[in-house]
Design a protein around this ligand. Structure first.
Ligand SMILES: CCCCCCCCCCCCCCCC(=O)SCCNC(=O)CCNC(=O)[C@H](O)C(C)(C)COP(=O)(O)OP(=O)(O)OC[C@H]1O[C@@H](n2cnc3c(N)ncnc32)[C@H](O)[C@@H]1OP(=O)(O)O
Length: 240
């Protein structure tokens, strides 16, 4: 298993390099890279443009890919069927191995990647390791409607959780959300693009405090602000 993980990891990052001509990551970006599990399927990286992406989303994506060229930013690949954490990490916490590998979970996939292209969550996350922050570019599709014409608050909360989770996991490894606190300030138009700027504010023992704001592409509209608490899992405790 470990061997196939490593091989998968290598091929994922090789694929990334081939697709985008991405530069080699500097050594200090290695922690983020190590977090990826690629044990079964590295066939598709979902954090790449598809035909459903709007002009705004593609434009922002290109701008951030440019920022990746000097190594200060990195795009985080996103798999659908495999846990984005190393499964070895989670096996430590979820002592029943069936929870991680059982037949019953063969259908399991990441909630945010379970929609057809363009209908649900279209997003990509970029990480700046030195500044301990991430930027998530998010286009919420028509299946995420709440009030007619606007995104469901739960969809925004989900995306904030994913953005926070990535930001926290890069520093903390295997983490879980303990608390999310969101102020919804303006409704987000369905199918528009928003930018979620997340920041690791404080690391205190196993606690990672994060915050974010959700803004329009032109940055003029502040849609939401949130804080979160993530807890680094304790290998001595079972979570089940
Ligand atoms: C390249 C890299 C890519 C990155 C690749 C990753 C990509 C990633 C993408 C996917 C991202 C998906 C993101 C979804 C993330 C979920 O959806 S997680 C699911 C939702 N969350 C849950 O189900 C968690 C349920 N809760 C629990 O299991 C347990 O409460 C926890 C959170 C594990 C903590 O339990 P514990 O380890 O026993 O912690 P415990 O000893 O009770 O508390 C530790 C400390 O935290 C404090 N604490 C705990 N809970 C709280 C709370 N709610 N409020 C305040 N303080 C608290 C305690 O007071 C204590 O403080 P100190 O005494 O140390 O000062």
């Amino acid at each position: 298993m470990l061997r196939s993980c490593t091989a998968g990891l290598r091929s994922l990052w090789a694929l990334r390099g081939r697709r985008e001509g991405a530069p080699r990551l500097s050594a200090d970006l290695q922690p983020a890279r190590r977090l990826f599990s690629t044990e079964k399927a590295v066939h598709k990286d979902w954090a790449l443009p598809n035909p459903s992406w709007s002009k705004d989303l593609k434009l922002l994506f290109d701008q951030f890919m440019k920022k990746c060229e000097d190594g200060s930013w990195e795009r985080l690949p996103s798999c659908k069927h495999t846990c984005t954490y190393k499964s070895e990490d989670f096996k430590t916490y979820f002592l029943d191995p069936q929870l991680v590998e059982g037949e019953g979970l063969s259908q399991a996939q990441l909630f945010t990647r379970g929609f057809e292209d363009g209908l649900g969550f279209e997003y990509v996350i970029f990480n700046n390791n030195d500044e301990k922050r991430t930027v998530c570019l998010f286009q919420g599709g028509p299946y995420l409607q709440g009030i007619p014409g606007f995104l469901h608050g739960g969809a925004i909360a989900t995306m904030i959780d994913v953005a926070f989770g990535s930001c926290a996991a890069i520093s903390g490894g295997a983490v879980m959300t303990a608390n999310l606190n969101i102020n919804f300030k303006r409704p987000v138009p369905l199918c528009s693009v928003v930018v979620i700027h997340s920041q690791l504010d404080k690391l205190e023992g196993r606690k990672l405090f994060v915050s974010c704001n959700v803004r329009s592409v032109d940055e003029k509209t502040l849609y939401s602000e949130a804080t979160g608490l993530f807890i680094k899992l304790d290998p001595k405790k079972s979570s089940t």
